[in-house]
Design a protein around this ligand. Structure first.
Ligand SMILES: Nc1nc2c(ncn2[C@@H]2O[C@H](COP(=O)(O)OP(=O)(O)OP(=O)(O)O)[C@@H](O)[C@H]2O)c(=O)[nH]1
Ligand SMILES: Nc1nc2c(ncn2[C@@H]2O[C@H](COP(=O)(O)OP(=O)(O)OP(=O)(O)O)[C@@H](O)[C@H]2O)c(=O)[nH]1
Ligand SMILES: [Mg+2]
Ligand SMILES: [Mg+2]
Lengths: 289, 274
């Protein structure tokens, strides 16, 4: 953990009245290592530690007897302050509100679609789920079973993304359903052609929230993934999944740094009740180990 | 001898950055750079040669699949949620089917919605036998029943698909260990591969996944999926160092049944070194 490493580092200079610039450089190196071990992207780790260096040089940590703790506090508070920008109330203003789920293969889109429906149910808001995924075997069965578990409506659609999105939207209008969640197939950003389908859905109906579903254990690729989806389709919010693992979750920092769109929820388990609000202090604590 | 000027710091920094961007992790990246620096390469060509071999030497040359003395051979695939287990199990079945083997797929994920349906479709596409019980059945019971079944027992190769599980969930790890014991009791000597499926887009968490699964299940190999995405799976460098007895056996490079290949360390190093 960063605390322990800085403690070991500053132990060697305990006799000093104040930290030198060289001491701060050594500490900043440890911060950078901690961020990289937590899967924060290289560019963001660099930018962040430079900010920390400037803050440390201008602060009382230089004169602190408990320099290690004071230094960690600077880092922790900076992370929390920065990620605080990622907290925003998840407000839906339209009726029906359409949410488009997107993300890498296996990131948790289908499960999270079910979780969102359960979340809205708890708020007395009705949902209609459908999938535009025509490639994954039993994708429709999976979402239909989750809809049943959540006690929400499910629409079987066939055909392309635009017509399926329209069918779901019109069904929700007909039945006065509050929210439509469109599940989509997983895709990687490597071939930009794969995004055409998402754009077709986005353009076929008024999509209120385009949500990037990202696995919390994602490594340096998180930035490429986020950039791909943002550039090709647009991202209104991020849901970080599998946060119940022991992954440090630095991808959250990198993706927020790039997109500046809110982290609207965190997935913390396999069952439909495991959707929680995003707390900056929790992820800051995990990133720092 | 003649004075040997050192190569500029930027040359090393660029390589270290490349390793970090490939998810090698800062400690592994620094270690590899230090080992190269200590060799004092005089030219960039020599440096690149050291860089390549420092990475290549971490991968063993003996990563052949292990078969039982007599059919059926049974392989388990397990790993964290969404890593690609089900798809990979079917890919491997298809791989051997197309070589003339009779293959079977056992749907031991009785937990996740439509997991059995998903594998059933894939088994059909792979031309493989298929065994499942009802959703919600006890996974150890599925294993016992499957390996008592005549059709499954007559397959050359049987691959058992299991539910995704986080290595941090003790009861789920225990469930998996019990499933392997159920297999060994029902078909002694058949279980020859315990394969951890790792998501190629993962970061440093892959290392603790590998260590935790290995401690509990004695892995015989690793499978890395989604290498067709932009990620480079540099975490394998640390895993190979910390778990030298666990070779990388297969890589997944796409979503169709053909997108699987035996691990090729030279191709992997090419992808990493560039
Ligand atoms: N532990 C844990 N598992 C999760 C979470 N969210 C999803 N999962 C699991 O992750 C796996 C993949 O979830 P899916 O919903 O099928 O992922 P997907 O993005 O729809 O996958 P594709 O459609 O194939 O791209 C499943 O086993 C889910 O149960 C979470 O927050 N925690
Ligand atoms: N691009 C790409 N996608 C892959 C690869 N392997 C699996 N996938 C996709 O990843 C997603 C998840 O695959 P699954 O096989 O369902 O993963 P799993 O580990 O069985 O998931 P759970 O059982 O829910 O834990 C699916 O959309 C697959 O098509 C791969 O090598 N490349
Ligand atoms: Mg899905
Ligand atoms: Mg599966």
């Amino acid at each position: 953990a960063l605390n322990r490493r800085l403690g070991a580092l500053f132990k060697k200079i305990r006799g000093q009245a104040r930290l030198t610039e060289a001491n701060v450089m050594d500490a900043v190196k440890e911060v950078r290592t901690a961020l990289l071990e937590a899967d924060v992207s290289l560019a963001v780790a660099r930018a962040f530690t430079e900010e920390i260096r400037v803050k440390a040089m201008g602060s009382e940590v230089l004169y602190s007897i408990r320099a290690a703790d004071a230094f960690v506090k600077i880092v922790h508070d900076s992370l929390v302050k920065f990620l605080g920008g990622a907290v925003a109330p998840f407000r839906l203003d339209r009726r029906p509100s359409v949410i488009l789920m997107m993300g890498l293969q296996g990131s948790g889109k289908t499960t999270t679609a079910g979780k969102l429906a359960a979340y809205f149910s708890a708020q007395q808001k009705s949902s209609l789920l459908t999938t535009l995924d025509r490639s994954r075997p039993a994708a429709a069965e999976q979402l239909e079973k989750l809809s049943k578990t959540a006690g929400v409506s499910y629409l079987r659609t066939a055909g392309d993304a635009a017509s399926s999105a329209r069918a779901a939207y019109e069904e929700a209008q007909r039945r006065n359903i509050a929210v439509v969640v469109l599940d989509t197939a997983g895709r990687t950003e490597v071939d930009p052609a794969v995004f055409a389908e998402l754009r077709a859905a986005r353009d076929a109906v008024p999509v209120e929230k385009k949500i990037l579903v990202l696995d919390a254990m994602t490594g340096q690729a998180a930035v490429n993934i986020a950039k791909g989806f943002a550039d090709e389709v647009g991202v209104d919010g991020v849901i970080l999944t599998k946060f119940d693992s022991d992954t440090r979750g630095g991808a959250a920092l990198s993706v927020y740094h790039l997109l500046r769109s809110p982290i609207v929820f965190v997935g913390e388990g396999e069952t439909l009740d495991r959707l929680a609000p995003f707390h900056p202090d929790r992820i800051a604590g995990r990133i720092l180990g | 001898g003649a004075f040997q000027p050192e190569l500029p710091e930027e040359v090393y920094a660029e390589l270290e950055d490349r390793l970090i961007l490939a998810d090698a992790g800062p400690a592994t990246a620094a270690g590899i750079i230090e080992s190269i620096q200590s060799k004092k390469p005089a030219t960039v060509e020599t440096l690149r040669g050291h860089f390549r071999s420092a990475i290549r030497e971490r991968f063993s040359n003996s990563a052949a699949p292990i078969f039982a003395l007599a059919p059926p051979t049974v392989w388990f695939v397990f790993g964290t949620n969404g890593a690609g287990k089900t798809t990979t199990a079917a890919k491997i079945a298809s791989f051997y089917k197309s070589q003339g083997s009779t293959v079977g797929l056992v749907a031991a994920d009785t937990f996740r919605a439509a997991a059995i349906d998903q594998l059933r479709v894939l088994a059909g596409r792979a031309g493989s036998e298929f065994y499942a019980m009802e959703e919600g059945a006890h996974p150890s019971a599925v294993i016992f029943d499957a390996l008592s079944d005549k059709t499954i027992r007559s397959c050359n190769l049987v691959i058992v698909d299991t539910a995704g599980r986080l290595h941090t969930k003790t009861s789920l790890m225990e469930e998996l260990a019990k499933m392997t014991k159920s297999c060994e009791k029902t078909a002694p000597g058949a279980l020859t591969e315990r394969l951890l499926v790792l998501d190629g887009t993962a970061g440093q968490n892959a290392l603790v996944q590998a260590k935790t699964f290995h401690a509990s299940l004695q892995l015989t190999g690793l499978i890395v999926t989604k290498l067709d995405a932009s990620a480079k799976a540099g975490f394998l460098l640390a895993i190979r160092q910390d778990l030298p007895g666990v070779p990388v056996k297969w890589v997944g490079v796409g979503e169709t049944l053909e997108d699987i290949a035996p691990f090729d360390p030279d191709a992997f190093v090419d992808g990493l070194v560039g």
